[in-house]
Design a protein around this ligand. Structure first.
Ligand SMILES: Cc1cc2nc3c(=O)[nH]c(=O)nc-3n(C[C@H](O)[C@H](O)[C@H](O)COP(=O)(O)OP(=O)(O)OC[C@H]3O[C@@H](n4cnc5c(N)ncnc54)[C@H](O)[C@@H]3O)c2cc1C
Length: 457
């Protein structure tokens, strides 16, 4: 029986294993997982740490038993140490240090990512945390359980930093968020990032932007966080959330080609340059559907889709990854912020002729209680009218994710901004308006591009 070996048991690895068994139920499938938590949703860690999800066990997408019921062999607490692509074996060590070689016919590498370690002095000391694995979550929870709330500093105002700023606030901790760039949530343009910063401040979080944190020093029972422009903050807990880098060392050591940020190079079939070796998830470069080239865009949604493709092809299938648009969404207290596709500067860099228009609309009919403002930025190509991207910020009840997904679907299908107007979108006063916010934003874009188009609306 052919043997598909998978290194990594999170979103990409388990998706690959499940799909491979679906495509070929006779295939022998083994998943090697470095820790004891196969298929846990690390995306849920901030909500467990906030106390909103009561039990960490509920973060499992599936239990180990459910995975094994699919005929998948799970080897937990085993670490792959070396790949020999010529002999088609992987050296695996267990938690007692015993090593063995496992043979494969096809291999999927799904080793994910690790937190980026910015050049800050003092990252090694107690009280400084990163958040990536279930183990990281347990370490942080241990401190939160014994330490009465004093003060916390979150370094990095990306989506994980902001989710954790909210989680710590919910646990009663005064929080300061420090960001190197000039606005919060820099996956969005500054005017929308500023709305997110305003929400944070409104919820009692201190936000310092444009500050490069330089060092973290012990100071009595506290830590002192210092940065550029005279920034200083005392904390008992420092969470560093400044992005991730691909965990591709194993692949690189085996001679597998890597690219941006050291991520594994793959084709749209998720094949590496080594025969019978596939890779998926946060350890790989991702094909961008609009840019028509690979980029590094690590996301759980993408890891699931890529893992499925790698698994199908590892079972002799013919699947192709259709690409990412970088679609993402995050809830920050009472706001939801989302984006898909390219922002103005990214589109310009990719040789488009972008026009970006921001529109402010009601999320639903104002006569129905609870209407809120939605802020929608649409980017399109001035020359061709093609939709290139959208960003939205709105209240958490404002169906922001539905709307960004409409834009994502339009982008996936290479639609023009104008074509958004022709979509048959749903309407009921408590949830939307007869022209949905997506269409109002598209109309505003069209008007700006060619003011005389108003007559056609
Ligand atoms: C706090 C947090 C919140 C997030 N929220 C979101 C969100 O809302 N939406 C979203 O789309 N994404 C989110 N993400 C990102 C998402 O979790 C990742 O994109 C996703 O987990 C990537 O899956 P992966 O399988 O590629 O890698 P990982 O989840 O990093 O898993 C890697 C796997 O490989 C194993 N491994 C590594 N090296 C070895 C080895 N040598 N031997 C054996 N096993 C090995 C690890 O044990 C693990 O099982 C979030 C991430 C975090 C940390």
């Amino acid at each position: 029986m052919p043997h598909l070996l998978i290194i990594g048991g999170s979103d990409a690895g388990i998706s690959a294993a499940l799909r491979a068994r679906q495509v070929n139920p006779a295939l022998e499938v083994t998943v090697i997982v470095a820790d004891g938590y196969a298929n846990y949703s690390i995306c849920g860690l901030p909500f467990w740490l906030a106390g909103e999800t009561a039990d960490w066990r509920d973060l499992a997408h599936r239990s180990a038993g459910e995975i094994e019921d699919q005929g998948i062999r799970l080897l937990l607490k085993r670490t792959a140490q070396a790949i020999d692509p010529t002999g088609k074996t992987v050296a695996v060590v267990d938690e007692d240090g015993r090593s063995r070689r496992m043979a494969y016919d096809k291999l999927v590498i799904a080793t994910g990512a690790v937190p980026a370690r910015p050049p800050i002095k003092g990252l090694e000391q107690p009280g400084v945390f990163f958040l990536r694995t279930m183990g990281d979550g347990f370490a942080l929870q241990e401190l939160l359980a014994v330490q009465s709330p004093t003060s916390a500093v979150v370094v990095g105002a990306g989506y994980i930093g902001l989710e954790m700023a909210e989680a710590l606030t919910r646990r009663g901790w005064p929080v300061t968020v420090v960001e190197y760039l000039p606005s919060a949530l820099t996956t969005l343009d500054a005017p929308l990032g500023d709305l997110v910063a305003e929400e944070l401040r409104g919820q009692g979080v201190t936000v310092a932007t444009g500050v490069a944190v330089q060092r973290i020093d012990p100071q009595g029972s506290h830590l002192l966080v210092s940065g550029s422009g005279g920034f200083r903050a005392q904390a008992n807990l420092v969470l560093v959330a400044t992005g991730v880098r691909p965990e591709a060392r194993l692949a690189a050591a085996a001679g597998i080609e890597t690219g941006k940020w050291g991520a594994i190079r793959v084709s749209q079939a998720m094949e590496t340059n080594m025969s019978d070796v596939y890779a998926a998830g946060d350890c790989v470069e991702t094909y961008h559907r609009l840019l028509e080239r690979h980029d590094y865009l690590p996301l759980g949604s993408t890891a699931h889709r890529q893992g499925r493709i790698a698994g199908e092809n590892g079972a002799d299938g013919q699947a192709l990854f259709s690409g990412t648009l970088g679609t993402q969404v995050v809830q920050v207290f009472d706001l939801v912020a989302a984006r898909t596709g390219l922002r103005d500067a990214e589109a310009r860099q990719a040789n488009f002729d972008p026009l970006t228009v921001q529109t402010e609309v009601w999320d639903h009919k104002v006569y129905y209680p609870g209407a809120h403002r939605l802020y929608v930025r649409v980017t399109g190509d001035r020359r061709t009218g093609r939709l290139l991207g959208a960003q939205i910020v709105g209240h958490r009840t404002a169906e922001v994710s539905k709307r960004v997904d409409v834009f994502a679907t339009a982008l996936f299908n290479h639609m023009n901004v104008e074509a958004l107007n022709d979509l048959d979108l749903s309407y009921t006063p408590p949830l939307s308006t007869p022209w949905d916010a997506v269409q109002v934003a598209a109309q505003a874009w069209m008007e700006k591009r060619a003011p005389d188009c108003r007559n056609r609306l």
